[in-house]
Ligand binder design. Structure first.
Ligand code: GLN
Length: 308
């Protein structure tokens, strides 16, 4: 007999498929336009079970969902305090690519907006050479429990469409927040954004955060609990950019969206959730991703107030 969770997710997929608003991210290598119909939902429990419905094995770019993971890696490399000196933990309420640096110091508000993510990536050990991109991919792979790789084609097209990110990297360098080559920081950031993942991978990555930093299937530890606590706190207040307040009110789970169409949410101690659907809302988050998380949170009582 099919499990009640599996049947529930199938019904949810069918219901939310009726939502056809939004536009996929326009920047992609030629010949690989995102399919607006693709839609997948995966749930990975901390005891290692994965439920999946729809397009759960289709690959897409992780994009901004990379940010919380690189933040975790930078803290694992240098400790939380050293990272705090460069990047604050305040919600900015700004769009992801806003030029929001603290007056005087240039310290980005948090690690979920591009300014903070660029500062974070420049701190990762080996960022001056070829080691950092490999270490980043190894780390994401450990969280996903499967070998992941970046896409050169996605990286190239992002690099050609990154005037704002170039400027941000140079601004951060002018303040000394990036003390490495700013172009290198930008390249490493866009390389991490180009990591190719599936909805199932994202659910496992969320499951690793839900399971206090240890992948529920491989048993490998990627992060310590202090680092997970920090990553999830910043995701809770800033993961959904300028939509963060409405997200916390209606979904109540730490989450992160990416323009590749992925949405990742974490129910600490219980499960990791991922949704894949390319059409985006005005904030750059997946329309169906947001709607699916809202319904799941309400139907399964996943809001942090109810889940306890
Ligand atoms: N590559 C994108 C950028 O930095 C990622 C943005 C996102 O997913 N929100 O512009």
């Amino acid at each position: 007999m099919e499990s009640p969770i599996q049947s529930y997710l199938e019904q949810l997929l069918a219901d939310v498929s009726g939502e056809t608003m939004g536009t996929p991210y326009p920047i992609h290598p030629s010949g690989s336009a995102p399919d607006p119909q693709d839609f997948g939902i995966c749930l990975a429990t901390v005891d290692g079970y994965v439920y999946s419905v729809g397009a759960s094995d289709k690959r897409f770019s992780i994009q901004s969902i990379s940010k919380p993971f690189s933040y975790g890696l930078a803290m694992a490399d240098h400790g939380i305090e050293a990272v705090d000196e460069k990047v604050d933990v305040e919600p900015s309420g700004d769009p992801f690519n806003e030029i929001s640096l603290a007056p005087g110091t240039g310290r980005p508000a948090n690690a979920m907006i591009n300014a903070g993510a660029l500062a974070v990536v420049s701190m990762i050990k080996g960022s001056g050479g070829k080691t950092a991109p490999r270490r980043i991919m190894d780390f994401y792979s450990k969280c996903a429990g499967r070998r992941l790789a970046g896409s050169k084609a996605v990286f190239d097209v992002e690099m050609r469409n990154s005037d704002r990110n170039h400027s941000l990297a140079y601004l951060l360098s002018s303040f000394g927040v990036i003390d490495d080559d700013p172009t290198r920081a930008l390249e490493n950031y866009l390389r991490q954004c180009s990591a190719q993942v599936t909805c199932r991978d994202l659910a496992m990555m969320a499951g690793t955060l839900a399971n206090a930093g240890t992948n529920p299937r491989t048993g490998e530890t990627a992060l310590e609990i202090e680092q997970v606590e920090r990553v999830l706190s910043v995701m809770m207040t800033s993961g959904m950019y300028d939509d963060a307040g409405s997200w916390v009110s209606s979904v109540g789970m730490p989450a992160k969206s990416g323009v590749g169409g992925g949405t990742l949410a974490v129910l600490p101690g219980q499960a990791g959730l991922a949704v894949f659907s390319p059409p985006l809302d005005a904030h750059g988050s997946s329309v169906r991703g947001v709607e699916t998380c809202r319904r799941l949170s309400s139907d399964m009582e996943m809001h942090f107030v109810r889940a306890a």
